[in-house]
Design a binder for this molecule. Structure first.
Ligand SMILES: [Zn+2]
Length: 362
């Protein structure tokens, strides 16, 4: 319930990995260049994705921007393809330069979203400022008062705190009512500061935090309360952008690419949690993990249950070192490249197909 599928050759590459990774429904983020700020753009993007993967359900989102008015919200609801509106505080991550500077300016839009029952998706980080003593390490905690204020002002508005990365973020969601949920990525179940500070392919926003935060996130999956569900935030970037850019300036792009392996990485992170002593094997219930990967998110977005079923098997598969587009023009390095990963087998699909779909190797 949170993926980046990009445009052009990268879009074709990333979209082909949705079913390969064991997923049949995705909420697609709108931070394209230019961002998706109109229903017409969202509908066109939806059609392009649907042509690439006819069996996948694509839920679209709009990028909150001054052109997104209450009238646009009504149009979005009527379109049937737009399910959420994403709020990016200006400047916090990839293509967020056009993001929101002042949340209060959008109260009429939030009221319309509550009325038309669209979901507000929050990138819950404050921009880093020296004056405000905010860095990437406390950017999420600094945002949480805004989550509480929005929930208090719009108690019926469904709100998702995306890619929760801290214990404070988990607690903030838990303290809100049932209209507020949080997504958790696969990579935040694995990574801490140690990983991204030495590996550009693990660098993402929000940055993974401490070992205690990581353990708390895995425990939230195992708790199975229904208020946290999977949003992979799979965010592919060309290998050159991760390695400092073609211009040689050395800045890396934020984003971890997990699309081919999301459910496997989640299940393996739970197993790793048992090994680390964070909880006992007996504490892990299939309903909790299965709910996290599918049912809880579908329920929050008011979607019918999927008939699709996957089985994850240990067959000695390893995460590929990289994936390339058909013409070789785009190359992407997945998170945890080279590590052992469970293989996805589709037991049942919604459209009755039974053939195997595997990660397309370059
Ligand atoms: Zn994202």
């Amino acid at each position: 319930m949170h993926v980046h599928l990009r445009q052009g050759a990268m879009m074709a590459l990333a979209t082909a990995q949705i079913e390969a990774g064991g997923t049949d429904t995705v909420l697609v983020m709108p931070n394209l260049s230019p961002p998706i700020t109109s229903v017409a753009q969202a509908v066109a993007y939806h059609a392009a994705l649907q042509r690439l993967a006819p069996a996948v359900t694509f839920l679209m989102s709009l990028y909150l921007h001054p052109t997104v008015t209450p009238a646009v919200i009504a149009e979005a609801r009527a379109s049937g393809v737009v399910h959420g509106v994403k709020l990016y505080p200006a400047g916090v991550t990839t293509n967020s330069a056009a993001g929101v500077l002042d949340v209060a300016a959008y109260h009429a839009v939030f009221a319309a979203m509550q009325e038309h029952d669209l979901v507000l998706n929050l990138h819950g980080e404050m921009p880093s400022t020296a004056a405000g003593a905010i860095t990437v390490l406390n950017a999420e905690a600094a945002f949480l008062p805004q989550l509480r204020a929005l929930h208090a002002a719009f108690p019926r508005l469904r709100i998702v705190l995306e890619h929760v990365s801290t214990r404070q973020g988990l607690d903030a969601v838990r303290r809100c009512g049932p209209t507020v949920a949080g997504t958790i990525t696969a990579h935040h179940l694995w990574a801490t500061i140690e990983d991204w500070c030495g590996d550009v392919f693990a660098y993402c926003k929000p940055v993974p935090k401490t070992a205690e935060d990581r353990a708390a996130l895995v425990r939230a999956v195992v708790a199975g309360g229904g208020n946290f569900f999977f949003g992979s935030d799979s965010a592919p970037h060309p290998i050159q952008a991760k390695r400092g850019g073609a211009d040689g300036r050395g800045a890396t792009a934020a984003g971890a690419f997990t699309q081919p392996y999301g459910p496997a990485l989640v299940v393996q992170a739970v197993a790793e949690g048992v090994r680390n002593g964070w909880f006992a094997a007996d504490d892990v219930r299939l309903e909790a993990v299965d709910g996290f990967l599918g049912r809880f998110g579908r329920s929050f977005y008011k979607l019918p249950e999927s008939e699709g079923r996957i089985r994850l098997e240990r067959k000695g598969e390893r995460i590929v070192d990289s994936l390339k587009s058909g013409d070789g023009a785009v190359e992407v390095v997945p998170f945890r490249r080279g590590e052992e990963v469970m293989s996805v087998h589709w037991v049942a699909r919604r459209d009755g197909r039974t053939e195997d779909v595997t990660v397309a190797e370059s």
